[in-house]
Design a protein around this ligand. Sequence first.
Ligand code: KIV
Ligand code: ZN
Length: 509
Amino acid sequence: MADRVFLFDTTLRDGEQSPGNTMNTPEKLRVAKQLEALGVDIIEAGFPIASEGDFESVRLIAEAIKNSEVAGLARANDEDIDRAWEAIKVAKKPRIHTFISTSDIHLRHQFKKNKEEILNLAVNAVKRAKRYTDNVEFSAMDATRSDRDYLCKVFEAVIDAGANTLNIPDTVGYAVPDEFGGLIRYIKTNVPNISEAIISVHCHNDLGLAVANSIAAIQNGARQIECTVNGIGERAGNASLEEIVMILRTRKDLFGLDTRVKTEKIYRTSRLITSITGVPVQPNKAIVGANAFAHESGIHQDGLLKSKITYEIMTPKSVGIPKSSLVLGKHSGRHAFRERIIEMGYSLEDKEINLAFKRFKALSDIKKDIYNEDIEMIIMDEIYKIPEKYELVYLNVTCGKATIPTATVKIDIDGTTYQDVGVGVGPVDATYKIIKKLVKTNSKLLRFSINSITQDMDAQGEVFVKLEEKGHAVIGKGADTDIIVASAKAYINGLNKLEYLKGKKTGDI
Ligand code: KIV
Ligand code: ZN
């Protein structure tokens, strides 16, 4: 059996379809390139039949990615499979991933089909996919609540039809590790042609066991793990990529298995997902949480000072957490700035570095210490921005205990400046009301969140908003040392995205 585990990343499919994690096409492309650089074996780029936008982003990813396989998801029917192939056929290494449920619960309540009918659909889907490519994965949805012997029968038949990866999803996160490991063993023992396929698992985290179940599967013969960065995904999420990878690396003594992942790129990948989706990682999250390597207790600190091995099972460096988060200040030059950007894992062109450097200088005039997180925000704001119809020109707010919050806003709309003044229940409310009025938007504000990017008193505030208009949802982002300005920037960024979307196909931004 292979002494390596293949990583199938579904951040852009299972992850992206979950609430709050929507990404636009340029963002998906950026994530795909980062996943390729990280070294994942297979990138599930999306579900091409779902919408024109999904199709287009899968196609663009397929075109751009050279060192990872690119998979497109398809239900077990001709139309889905043809569409998936259309989207991924340009890929250097395309994979069709087709799926259908096998549990009695799904068959009875959702599909209203009997077992024989489902088996035929599964076999026909694999045969259809096989007409296009040799690389076909089949998933038995809700496998963990399926009758084991029926599951084995389906797997045997789809392998005969040409599937070379068999995926066993714990779709509803119901299994526990010992039981799940047992299921993998059962399948290995009872599917006669199993040696012709790689066993894969796809675990959801409803009971907090996605990673533990994936590891139990590995111990029982699975060699592909489906996972997502930061563990994002349907409901409680999927198995987290960074945890799986670091378990295998840290406990190589136990598992003797490798992955192709360049672990020093994990942190940067995690940050990219957070900065695109605006969904923060919990501070105590293993591997990538802010506290994952912070030792607070005196006894631990004492031990660490004597020898790192006392309390550190892996180093921050091994997952790419930059050595020093205190980066630069007012007197730092272009060279130091450039070096730091490279260390943080970005590869920018000279003109992009110059653009970012200008913004860095402006920030360092008002903020003493510039941290990696500040630089990250500058890059997101300056380099990865979309065409702007609206620009914030002026904002003045009066607020406090003995005054009615009032905002005066000037916005440039397609080259003409408009202004108005108004009140609200607070400074953000007053500002947003005026922006809404000037821009004449019908969009709805679904979410507003504000965090401090770093810990210092002069830290920048980072605001994320979720806006929705005519079924399209976008995430707007803004950062500034003034949190009302950051809020205004985030709102206007979201409005620009909605505006940009109007000239595009669904899901483009
Ligand atoms: O959770 C699940 O069963 C899935 C399948 C499509 C693999 O996401
Ligand atoms: Zn799933």
